[in-house]
Design a protein around this ligand. Structure first.
Ligand SMILES: *Cc1c(COP(=O)(O)O)cnc(C)c1O
Ligand code: SF4
Length: 333
């Protein structure tokens, strides 16, 4: 009788998966394409490291150089192109830092930079040059952020952002929300995260338990730009989160070559709804240095929204907005 071979499947914990993304080399991704200029790709990688979890990479169609997921994470020679309208701080984040890790731009809500770490590096990211090492609330610095919120009773909503707040452990998240519990004027908690989409294994039992027992009314704004990002594991993860009573919303960025067609945007909205997520914002690109090649002009964007309005129920049409430095809210386009 032939010996029976037992194939042992190694299942990596989410923490191991998160550590693994750091070793990703751009040329491994570039193998999908025939990009001739590998030295420019390496240079772009040095400016903003290539990073994506295996779960996300597995959704890329092998051999398709125009795959909409690949293009979100692959360093490109075009990132080195400079343009006067594209700066390192396009939305005025520096001016809005009011205490360590606290961005206070809009009335009633503050954004907490909980960490500088992300599970994925999106090439178009508006915070790709943000000085995270100087301003996030890791360790000792949480107290200053809590004091700032405590001392301003006009703040009714706290947004956990980053980086990606879900790269933090459940214990760390609980520490932050326990401190917020003592502040009566904070009624709502919001979490801005791409992790349920790019690293769904992170949404473990402990996280669901934390979510289900938060004292504030809670919403989670995920970030997906294309329906292909939302595979069946992501769908079941989002269903679990929804079952805790959490309101789930999505924000996308309009990206040339990735989702700048009515068909792609419509498929995204419909898939989001299957996942129990309502489209919230469709952002025009923030004009950050290195992202020029993703820019879609506002007339094209408006036409896309008009087409969506004709073909989808109103609640599946996201609000088209641009963020302008110094304004009191996102600006409708
Ligand atoms: C986008 C943003 C918010 C949230 O704005 P909403 O319109 O409430 O979604 C809050 N604070 C900062 C600094 C922001 O950039
Ligand atoms: S997940 Fe968000 S913050 Fe992180 S790189 Fe992508 S766009 Fe930027």
């Amino acid at each position: 009788m032939p010996p029976i071979t037992v194939i042992k499947q190694t299942v990596l914990s989410w923490q191991q998966q998160l550590r693994a993304v750091r070793d990703l080399m751009p040329l491994h991704l570039a193998a999908h394409t025939d990009q001739a200029d590998t030295s420019a790709v390496e240079q772009a990688h040095k400016l903003f490291a290539t990073r994506a979890p295996e779960a996300f990479l597995n959704r890329i169609a092998p051999g398709d150089p125009n795959d909409p997921l690949l293009l979100q994470v692959l360093p490109q020679a075009q990132e080195l192109v400079q343009h006067d309208d594209f700066s390192r701080d396009p939305v005025g984040d520096h001016a809005a830092i009011k205490a360590d890790g606290v961005l206070h731009k809009y009335e009633g809500r503050v954004l907490l930079i909980t960490t500088g770490a992300c599970a994925i590096h999106c090439r178009y990211c508006f915070r790709r040059h943000f000085p995270y090492s100087e301003s996030h609330i890791g360790g000792q610095r949480l107290q200053a952020a809590i004091d700032y919120i405590k001392n301003d009773d006009s703040i009714t909503e706290v947004i956990l952002s980053g980086g990606d707040p879900l790269t933090l452990s459940n214990g760390h998240l609980a520490n932050i929300t326990n401190q917020l519990n003592s502040i009566a004027h904070v009624k709502r908690l919001r979490i801005h995260t791409r992790i349920p989409v790019v690293l769904p294994d992170r949404i473990d039992d402990g996280f669901i338990d934390w979510l289900a027992h938060l004292e504030q009314d809670v919403s989670i704004v995920i970030h997906a730009n294309h329906a292909n990002e939302l595979d069946d594991q992501v769908l079941s993860t989002l269903h679990r989160m929804h079952q805790t009573g959490t309101v789930l919303l999505n924000q996308s960025v309009l990206l040339k070559g990735i989702n700048d067609s009515a068909a792609d945007l419509s498929a995204l909205s419909q898939r989001l709804f299957e996942c129990r997520v309502i489209p919230y914002y469709l952002h025009l690109l923030d004009r950050v240095e290195g992202a020029l090649h993703f820019d879609v002009d506002s007339n094209t964007a408006r036409d896309l929204i008009t087409t969506l309005q004709k073909t989808l129920p109103g609640y599946l049409v996201p609000k088209l907005v641009r963020e302008n430095a110094g304004h009191t809210s996102k600006s409708p386009v």
